[in-house]
Every structure is written in structure tokens, then in C-alpha cells.
Ligand binder design. Structure first.
Ligand SMILES: Cc1cc2nc3c(=O)[nH]c(=O)nc-3n(C[C@H](O)[C@H](O)[C@H](O)COP(=O)(O)OP(=O)(O)OC[C@H]3O[C@@H](n4cnc5c(N)ncnc54)[C@H](O)[C@@H]3O)c2cc1C
Length: 228
């Protein structure tokens, strides 16, 4: 099947993207790795596609001692290749490298994956485990959404149709912490049949602070200190 006909817009900045998204039945597109199949199946039939992927401000990154902020259009491949800072000392690089195959990773973006909110995708689970934050920009300015409030239902996020997810912010991993992501991979697509992400910290006595988060992943935790 082919997509229905739509207009294509390529805004010059986020402000223009937001005003285009305010038009009736318009839809943001980034890497098109999830939206593309949905268009072809006519699950979505937008009148206008607003292409975010050329906006430099969405491909940028920023880091300080506390956190790393990635523009929403940073691709999986740039994370895999270490072209952007990894606040988790290699954990995110490994997760990115395990998404689908390289052609998908070259175009797919971390922001697109989060807004798409597919429970079988990798970044949503990792974003939750790392307690990330999403910065969303709309006509009324910016708002910051914690990961715990970002996903509202299956395939639905707190980002409104006329808003742009502009930044994904992740805290720099504490020294005495461990992270893990385990996925039972569907062999053709790479999507998770089951995916479990965890981040745990050790207290001063070397005990796991929040053992509720450890789940089944304990054996595969990648510790950055002596394991407990
Ligand atoms: C064959 C195949 C295998 C795959 N395997 C995996 C896998 O193993 N693991 C995995 O995690 N994913 C997998 N994916 C999905 C892939 O990672 C996509 O890149 C990702 O889900 C969506 O990112 P995107 O940039 O392509 O978003 P798009 O497809 O462009 O957009 C997805 C949705 O997000 C919205 N959107 C995108 N960016 C923004 C933004 N900045 N602000 C507001 N709204 C936005 C769009 O309107 C749309 O609703 C696979 C995809 C394919 C085609």
C-alpha cells in the first residue's frame, strides 16, 4: 500500500515547526522509521508532514557535570558511534548498537522513538530506568516532563500534536552505580519481545539502594565499581 497524499514542510527553526504543527492534521516527522510504515499502511493520514530532521538545534548536544542533554533528532547511530556524550559510560552506546540494524539506526532518532512510545522499543525502557527528562517546546514555551510522566499509554506520550520534543536530558551516572538492559530480541526486526532496563546505586555500605529496580537484570548489571 502507498501513503495518502500529503504536503511536505521543512521548517527553518523550532518556532516555525511549531506554527506548522498548529495547522489541522499536520504531523511531525524525524527519521520516519516508525512513521513511514504507519503512513504506508494508512494508519495515519496527515495532510502535512513537518520534517524536523534538518533542524540543527535538534541535532545538538550539551553536557555539564550533572547531565547530558541530547537534541531529539540525535540518531541511534550517533549514540552508537560515540559522536555524542554518553552519560552512562558506554551503556547507551551498547543499547543504541542493538537497535534493529544500521540502516534503521542511521535515520531513527532518540526523540522519535520516545514520542512514538512503542513498548517494544528500546529507548522508552532505558529512558524510564535512567529517570530522564524530556524538554518539550510548544506555542506557550518550554515544559520539562520527567520520564515517569512521559508515557501516557501504549503508543502515546505526553507530547501534544502541536509540540516538538526538543531535548532529552539524562543525569550523569553516579560513581557507585550499575546499569543493565536485557532484551529478548525478535530476530527479524530487533524489537524487544521482552525488554528490561535497570539502574541501581550502591549506598555507603555497598548495599543496593533501591533493590526494587533490580528485577531479573542483576546478573548482567554492568558495574562501574566493585559489585556487592
Ligand atoms: C525494520 C525496523 C526495525 C526496528 N527495530 C527497532 C528495535 O529493535 N528497537 C527499537 O527501539 N526501535 C526499532 N525500530 C524503530 C526505530 O528505532 C525508529 O527510529 C524509532 O521508533 C522512531 O524514530 P524516528 O526518528 O524514525 O521517528 P519517526 O518515525 O519520524 O516518528 C515517530 C513518531 O514520533 C513523532 N516525532 C518524531 N520526532 C518528534 C519530535 N522531535 N517531536 C515531536 N514528535 C516527534 C512523529 O510525529 C511520529 O508520531 C525499528 C524500525 C524499523 C523500520
Amino acid at each position: 500500500m502507498k501513503s495518502c497524499a500529503f504536503d511536505y514542510e521543512r521548517p527553518r527553526d523550532i518556532a516555525e515547526a511549531i506554527s506548522l504543527l498548529a495547522k489541522e492534521n499536520s504531523k511531525a516527522v524525524a527519521g520516519s522509521q516508525s512513521l513511514g510504515p504507519m503512513l504506508n499502511l494508512r494508519i495515519v493520514q496527515p495532510a502535512v508532514l513537518v520534517d524536523l530532521r534538518h533542524l540543527e538545534e535538534l541535532k545538538d548536544f550539551f553536557e555539564d557535570r550533572e547531565s547530558v542533554t541530547l537534541g531529539a533528532c540525535v540518531t541511534h547511530a550517533r549514540i552508537e558511534d560515540g559522536k555524542v556524550p554518553d552519560p552512562t559510560r558506554g551503556f547507551m552506546r551498547a543499547v543504541a548498537g542493538n537497535i534493529a540494524y544500521r540502516a534503521v539506526r542511521n535515520r531513527g532518532t532518540i526523540g522519535g522513538s520516545l514520542v512514538h512510545a512503542d513498548p517494544a522499543a528500546d529507548w522508552p525502557a532505558v529512558f524510564l530506568a535512567l529517570d530522564g527528562e524530556a524538554v518539550v517546546t510548544g506555542a506557550r514555551g518550554e515544559r520539562t516532563i520527567p520520564a515517569s510522566q512521559f508515557f501516557t499509554a501504549m503508543l502515546q506520550s505526553a507530547v501534544k500534536r502541536d509540540e516538538v520534543l526538543s531535548e532529552v536530558r539524562l543525569s550523569v551516572e553516579r560513581k557507585r552505580a550499575g546499569t543493565a538492559y536485557v532484551k529478548l530480541r525478535q530476530s527479524a526486526s530487533g524489537f524487544a519481545i521482552v525488554g528490561v532496563a535497570a539502574q541501581v546505586s550502591l549506598d555507603r555500605r555497598g548495599r543496593i539502594e533501591d533493590s526494587g529496580k533490580v528485577l531479573q537484570a542483576h546478573d548482567t548489571l554492568r558495574w562501574n565499581c566493585e559489585p556487592p
